[in-house]
Design a protein around this ligand. Structure first.
Ligand SMILES: [Zn+2]
Length: 216
């Protein structure tokens, strides 16, 4: 069984920004975080389909528990759901945040786009959460570079729609955590594909499997 992100990765590889490349990684940051990985021109699924799941690699040994059973994963800092969760948590101690105004005083209504909007206005709670998300995601990207030395890393998913406020510090932290020589040769760009491109992804997956003789 294939995850959506493998299909998106193949979509970028077949029709999009990763065409013609041999080593490509995708990190899709949405409500959760998914990964896709192409090495030596082949999709890496691993033995049980967990290959490339950078969102569930540990970036903090004693960090918060994760749904995967581990703790301190990239996901618990950088997924959309976790960005909102961290903001809600910090708001318990800081009732002056403009985030509270944005959600009409109800912290349960906070979502990731509101956190980015508040961060853009310099709100300390939101700035703290975005900084932590960017550092965790940057560490995950740096780990991808050191593990696989890809030519291209695609960052996609709804959370990346925040734009430069997230992209810039993620790239900066990736540079910090990765081998310099490997980082310098890795392009890190936003993926233009989304869940709405799932038809492209499904088509790419079909073409990929057929090219490997797994489909009749
Ligand atoms: Zn996890």
């Amino acid at each position: 069984m294939d995850n959506d992100v493998n299909a998106l990765t193949l979509g970028e590889w077949t029709f999009g920004q990763a065409r013609g490349l041999r080593h490509v990684a995708m990190v899709a940051v949405g409500t959760s975080i998914g990964g896709g990985l192409i090495l030596n021109g082949a999709l890496v699924r691993g033995d049980r389909g967990y290959g490339g799941e950078v969102g569930h690699t540990t970036v903090d040994l004693d960090g918060p528990d994760c749904v995967c059973g581990s703790r301190g994963c990239v996901k618990v800092y950088a997924s959309g759901a976790d960005i909102a969760r961290q903001a809600r948590s910090l708001l318990r101690a800081d009732r002056t945040s403009i985030l509270l105004e944005l959600v009409g005083g109800d912290p349960n209504r906070i979502d990731a786009p509101q956190v980015f909007a508040a961060a853009a206005q310099g709100d300390p709670v939101a700035v703290t959460v975005v900084a932590r998300a960017a550092q965790a995601l940057g560490a995950g990207v740096g780990n991808l570079i050191n593990l696989y030395n890809p030519e291209l890393i695609l960052l996609g998913g709804s959370v990346m729609e925040a734009g430069e406020i997230l992209m810039e510090p993620v790239v900066r932290w990736a540079r910090f955590y990765a081998f310099e020589a490997a980082f310098d040769r890795t392009r890190i760009v936003r993926s233009t594909l989304s869940k709405e491109s799932s038809v492209q992804g499904a088509a790419a997956l079909f073409l990929y499997e057929r090219s490997r003789g797994r489909l009749g």
